[in-house]
Design a protein around this ligand. Structure first.
Ligand code: PGA
Length: 254
């Protein structure tokens, strides 16, 4: 289902009102051709999903998290099939903000990945190092991938989308700056090697791997070309319709 390049908007806990969310979505949809729209996934907060689903039939909608069980006594949680029912095709999992603020562990993320695949949705899984310059040396990327992708079937792994998301590059973190495209390329190629060891060559080659961290309309082309990313997970720059549309158009023209 995934068309490369894939541009995923992670609105995080924004905007503050459903009317603003609807305007933001419309502002994006109205400016994209059908071809460009195929490359876009918008991930709003849970509470806006249904309203956005009802006014949108042109771009993919995703959630920013979910629980791993289908139904039952799990107060405050939302299941993958509930998300599917309100029009979601994708679910972001393991974002570093959830690891930091909610102590989400790799075991928890692993259970969520399986549940999301089982429900027929595509997981967008965030992987990345905390400290700048340690992508290869500290073994964190390998550790995270081995734990989060443990037990995933060889046939299912190709359905997964991964994100190289260096935490220090996220725009809202102190002293954030985008990764250098060259470093993005090295990290993505290391991730493909790990996939090859865990699964097989075809999976390693075919899996969509995005870049996330201060991506915007001025640097997206570099990440897709020199950085060898298959797309981007976009936070801050997805909250301004004009800027996000510019980014999508640049990505689609690569
Ligand atoms: P940002 O967020 O684009 O605002 O840096 C990206 C992310 O959270 O992955």
């Amino acid at each position: 289902m995934t068309s490369k390049p894939l541009i995923v908007a992670n609105w995080k806990m924004n905007p503050s009102e459903v009317e603003i969310a609807t305007d933001l979505l419309q502002g994006v949809i109205n400016e994209l051709s059908d071809e460009e729209a195929k490359h876009v996934v918008i991930c709003p907060p849970f509470v806006y999903l249904l309203s956005l689903h009802l006014v949108n039939d042109r771009i993919y909608i995703g959630a920013q998290d979910c629980f791993w069980e289908e139904a039952g006594a799990f107060t405050g949680e939302v299941s993958p099939s509930m998300l599917k029912n309100v029009g979601c095709s994708y679910v972001i999992l393991g974002h570093s903000e959830r690891k930091n603020y909610l102590q989400e562990t790799t075991d928890i993320i692993n259970k969520k990945v399986s549940a999301v695949i089982k429900a027929g949705l595509t997981p967008i899984i965030c992987i990345g190092e905390t400290e700048k310059g340690t992508a290869k040396s500290d073994g964190k990327i390998k550790e995270q991938m081995q734990a989060i992708l443990a037990g995933i079937d060889g046939a299912d792994i190709k359905l997964v989308v991964l994100v190289y998301e260096p935490e220090w590059a996220i725009s809202t973190n102190e002293n954030a700056e985008p990764a250098a495209p060259e470093d993005c390329k090295k990290a993505i190629s290391a991730m493909r090697e790990i996939l090859s060891d865990m699964f097989d060559e075809t999976a390693a080659k075919e899996i969509t791997i995005l870049y996330g961290g201060s991506a915007d309309s001025t640097n997206i082309k570099d990440f897709l070309t020199h950085g060898q990313a298959d797309g981007a997970l976009v936070g801050g720059a997805s909250l301004d319709a004009e800027e996000f549309v510019r980014l999508v158009k640049k990505a689609a023209s690569v």
